[in-house]
Each structure stands twice: as C-alpha cells, then as structure tokens.
Write a protein that binds this ligand. Structure first.
Ligand SMILES: [Zn+2]
Ligand SMILES: [Zn+2]
Ligand SMILES: [Zn+2]
Ligand SMILES: [Zn+2]
Length: 312
C-alpha cells in the first residue's frame, strides 16, 4: 500500500500518522534490501521468459481432458472443478470424465477469462508462420494461415498426406509416380480403351514446372447429369492469391475442328472435386471426344495442347 492510499484510507490524517508512515516507508538501506532489489531486477529481466512458461501451463489447463483439443467458451466444469469442452459435454452423459460426479451445468468463467488474456503462436510456426494471436483469434487465423500445409492434390485415391509444396512435389513423384514436365507449353495424349465405361473413371494427373511454380493438369471422365463428359483443368500448387497471377489455355481437336478453353488455374486449396464440379475447365462431351479420337469409336485418343503464362 502506498503512503498516499494509507493516508486516504485512514480518513482523517494526523500529522503523526503521516510521519510514522514516512518512517516506515523510508526504510534504511541495508545489504538485504540491495540483494532483494537485485533479485527484483532479475525477475523483471526474466519476466518475459516466465510468462512463456505460465502461458504454457495455462495452455495445458485449456486442454479438454476428453478430446485433448483447446477449449473455447463455454467451458464447463463439474462441482469438483474439473473442466470439459462444450463439444464433449453432451457426450459424457452428465458424468465428469475425471471424477465421475454429476456434471450439472456450471460454467468456468475464470478459465474463459484467462484464456482471453493469452497470446499464443500460430500452430503452423514450424512451417514458417511467425504470427502470435489472442487465444480466441488463433483458430480463425489458423484456418486461413498461408503457412498451413496443403493436402495432397492427387485425385482418385484417399491420400491423406499433407505438407508444403516442395514436400508434395516429391510425394507426387515418388509415391504416386506422377509424370513431371518442365516448361510452360505441353502436348498431351490421353488414350483409353473402353471409353464407354464412365464409372471406372479415367483420370490423370501431370505436374508442370514453370515460372518457379508447380501446376497440376487434371484430366478425367465424369458425368453431368446423365451425359458422360471429359474435363481438363489446371490447378496451381500454392495459394489462390498467387494462382490469380497466371492464366492457361487448353486446346483439343482433330480433322480441322477444335475446342479451346482459357482459364485461371485454381489453387490446390480447392479440392479437385470442387473444381471439377464447378466445371471450371475444358469440358468435352463424349460424342465429340470420340469424334476427335477418330477410328471406330472403341478407343479414346485425345491430344490436348496447352500453355501457361504469367499475367502482367
Ligand atoms: Zn473436448
Ligand atoms: Zn469432476
Ligand atoms: Zn499462421
Ligand atoms: Zn498423395
């Protein structure tokens, strides 16, 4: 308590009281005090370090004991004070998972408020994000963080691999045996026997490397309503903001006829299926595809040429 508040608190301040207080406040300097003053200095120096430790401990407190995820309001607790997240609460049949007591409907406001005062690094720190966010903003940032890893862009399998672009390029090459091409122009032939079976869908992925970036060319059969079609489209291995700097064109044809498509590559943040289902690519109806294939219509033989360029 400072001298000032001491005086105020007593209501009527007598001179003697003030002097007594002054004497108390004005403690003689001895070695003990010097030592403790030095300790104080050290404490201040280390305070940033210790606040990290404190933040770490509070972070553990904010971990739901059931799902191990970070808890967000409303945080619930049992009558013994064990906490649980609002997602898990309905799943434990009103029994505290820690002490088995009835859970009731008690909120843990204190923990919610402590959480609000926390600032934590983005969980993609190891991928290069240096952002530090208030606890309640962290999730929102992480959903949008540009350093968050990408899903494997390979279609047609349930591949769960995630990583940054260089990692995924190697993964496509090594694990999916995807064709890799250098350069911004291409000339591709798609050949398939039995083109009348759309169910066992033809699909192919080729990766192009140009402008220091990687692009995925997808080609596949699917159906629009009842009509069997083929689609070819390009995806950019990077974020949407970067993808917009590029354009591409695709061309398919034969016998003096041709179809062309010009588009903007879609980020691989958008799933292969999402891009396909928005028809954002060169769509070729099967009859036309077979016409372009020539011959006896028993085999699909398409030549797709294309070019990728950077917009100014
Ligand atoms: Zn939980
Ligand atoms: Zn409990
Ligand atoms: Zn981040
Ligand atoms: Zn994969």
């Amino acid at each position: 308590m400072s001298l000032c508040s001491l005086v105020m608190a007593s209501g009527v301040a007598y001179f003697d009281d003030v002097r007594v207080s002054l004497e108390v406040a004005d403690t003689p300097i001895n070695e003990d005090n010097i030592e403790s003053a030095e300790h104080l200095g050290e404490q201040i120096q280390h305070s940033s370090k210790s606040s990290v430790v404190v933040a770490g401990n509070v972070r553990e407190l904010l971990e739901c004991p059931v799902c191990l995820n970070a808890m967000y309001p409303p945080i619930h607790q049992c009558s013994n004070g064990h906490t649980i997240c609002s997602g898990c609460k309905p799943r434990v049949h009103n029994r505290c998972p820690t002490c088995r007591h009835e859970l009731g409907n008690i909120r843990c406001l204190a923990l919610e408020k402590i959480a609000a005062s926390l600032e934590l690094p983005c969980k993609y720190e190891s991928f290069g994000c240096i952002g530090i966010y208030p606890y309640y903003c962290k999730l929102k940032h992480e959903a949008q963080c540009m350093y968050r890893p990408y899903n494997c862009p390979y279609a047609g399998s349930e591949c769960t691999v995630v990583g940054d672009i260089p990692y995924l390029v190697n993964h496509l090459k090594d694990d999916h045996k995807v064709d890799m091409h250098n350069g911004s122009t291409f000339n591709h032939r798609y050949v398939k026997a039995n083109p009348h079976e759309v169910e066992n869908a033809t699909w192919m992925l080729t990766v192009f490397s140009c402008f220091g970036q990687y692009f995925c060319l997808h080609f596949e059969a699917f159906q629009i309503g009842m009509a069997p079609v083929y689609i070819a489209f390009l995806r950019f291995m990077g974020d949407d903001s970067e993808a917009k700097n590029y354009s591409y064109s695709l061309e398919v044809g034969s016998n003096g006829r041709k179809m062309t498509w010009q588009g903007v590559p879609r980020s691989i943040r958008d799933s292969h299926r999402k891009v396909r289902d928005s028809y954002d690519g060169l769509i070729i109806q099967r009859n036309i595809a077979l016409f372009f294939s020539g011959g006896d219509r028993k085999e699909l033989k398409l030549r797709v040429t294309g070019r990728i360029w950077r917009e100014q």
